[in-house]
Design a protein around this ligand. Structure first.
Ligand code: API
Length: 280
C-alpha cells in the first residue's frame, strides 16, 4: 500500500490516495500504521477519496482508530497533495468532509504551495452541536468551572465540526498537561470525548497554545483546535477576531470573519513517500 507522509506544522498524518480503491477495516489500519515503532508512525491516517459533491472527499482517523468529522491541518495537506500530485489544478479546491464542504485556497509562490487558507465554516457554541451533556439548562458552555483532581479550570466548549474544550491559563508551563489532558478529553461532560486546548494569551493578537487531541493525545498542532481557541478568546473578550496561534509545531493565522466563517492559514509539508506492508 503506497502512502505519503505529510504534516501541517507538526501534526503528522499518513496520507493514502484512495481515488481508485479504498482499504477495508480502517480503524485497525489507522492504529497499525500510526504506531511510531511498528508502523509508519503518525497522529493518524487521512484518506483522499472521490466525491460526488466536491472535488475530493476526506476521511480522517485518529491514531486510536476513531474517525473524526473534521481535521484542519489535514485539509491544508490535502490541498497541497492534490496540487503537487496533479490530481487537480483547481484553486480553490472544494473538499467534502463529515462536517460539510470546506473551501481550500492555495497561496502560491510560483508553482510551489507556500501556504493554504481553509474556510473552516462557522463555529458553534451550542452545547447540542458539540455535543455537551446538558445538565444545567444553559444553551452554551462558556468559562464553566470544572473541578478536577489537578485543580479547578474554566472550560469553553466550541464546535468546529468536531468538539473542543478551551481552557485559558496564565502560564502554559504551570499546568499538569500529561494528567489534565486525558482527564478532560474523557470527562463525562462530553458525549463523544473532546479535543482539549490550553491557551495563554500573549497579546491582543497572539495566543500560545498546547493541545491534547481526542483519539491521539498531545499533537504539535491542531487546526480545528486553533480555530476553536480563537473563537473562545474573542467571545470572552481576551482578543479580537484575528490572531496568530502559536503552537508547538508552528504558527497558524486565524480570522473569525464578519460573515461568521473562520479562516485558517498555515503551511503544509510533504516529508516522504513509501510502500506499507499491511500487518492486520
Ligand atoms: N482529534 C480530532 C481530529 C483531528 C483534528 C486536528 N488534528 C486538526 O488539525 O483539526 C478529533 O477527534 O476531532
Amino acid at each position: 500500500m503506497r502512502f505519503t507522509k505529510m504534516h501541517g506544522i507538526g501534526n503528522d498524518y499518513i496520507y493514502i490516495d484512495c481515488m481508485e480503491s479504498m482499504p477495508d477495516r480502517l480503524p485497525e489500519l489507522a492504529r497499525e500504521m500510526s504506531d511510531r515503532h511498528m508502523g509508519v508512525g503518525g497522529d493518524g491516517i487521512v484518506l483522499i477519496c472521490p466525491s460526488e459533491i466536491a472535488d475530493f472527499r476526506m476521511r480522517m482517523f485518529n491514531s486510536d482508530g476513531s474517525e473524526a468529522r473534521m481535521c484542519g491541518n489535514a485539509s491544508r495537506c490535502i490541498a497541497k497533495y492534490v496540487h503537487d500530485h496533479n490530481l487537480s489544478h483547481n484553486n480553490p479546491i472544494n473538499l467534502e468532509t463529515l462536517s460539510g464542504i470546506k473551501v481550500l485556497s492555495l497561496n502560491m509562490a510560483g508553482d510551489n504551495v507556500k501556504s493554504v487558507t481553509v474556510d473552516m465554516g462557522e463555529p458553534s457554541l451550542n452545547k447540542d452541536d458539540i455535543p455537551v451533556v446538558n445538565d444545567d439548562g444553559e444553551r452554551c458552555m462558556i468559562e464553566k468551572s470544572v473541578v478536577t483532581p489537578y485543580g479547578e479550570y474554566n472550560v469553553t466548549a466550541v464546535s468546529m465540526g468536531n468538539p473542543h474544550g478551551v481552557i485559558f491559563v496564565d502560564n502554559l508551563e504551570d499546568i499538569p498537561f500529561e494528567n489534565l489532558g486525558p482527564y478532560m478529553e474523557n470527562h463525562p461532560i462530553w458525549r463523544d470525548r473532546a479535543n482539549i486546548e490550553f491557551a495563554q494569551v500573549l497579546s491582543s493578537g497572539v495566543i500560545k497554545m498546547r493541545v491534547w487531541e481526542r483519539g491521539t493525545g498531545e499533537t504539535l498542532a491542531c487546526g480545528t483546535g486553533a480555530c476553536a481557541t480563537l473563537v473562545a478568546s474573542a467571545i470572552t473578550g481576551r482578543t479580537g477576531r484575528m490572531a496568530t496561534l502559536k503552537l508547538r509545531g508552528g504558527d497558524l493565522d486565524i480570522e473569525w470573519m464578519a460573515d461568521g466563517h473562520v479562516m485558517m492559514t498555515g503551511a503544509a509539508t510533504e516529508v516522504f513517500q513509501g510502500v506499507y506492508r499491511r500487518q492486520c
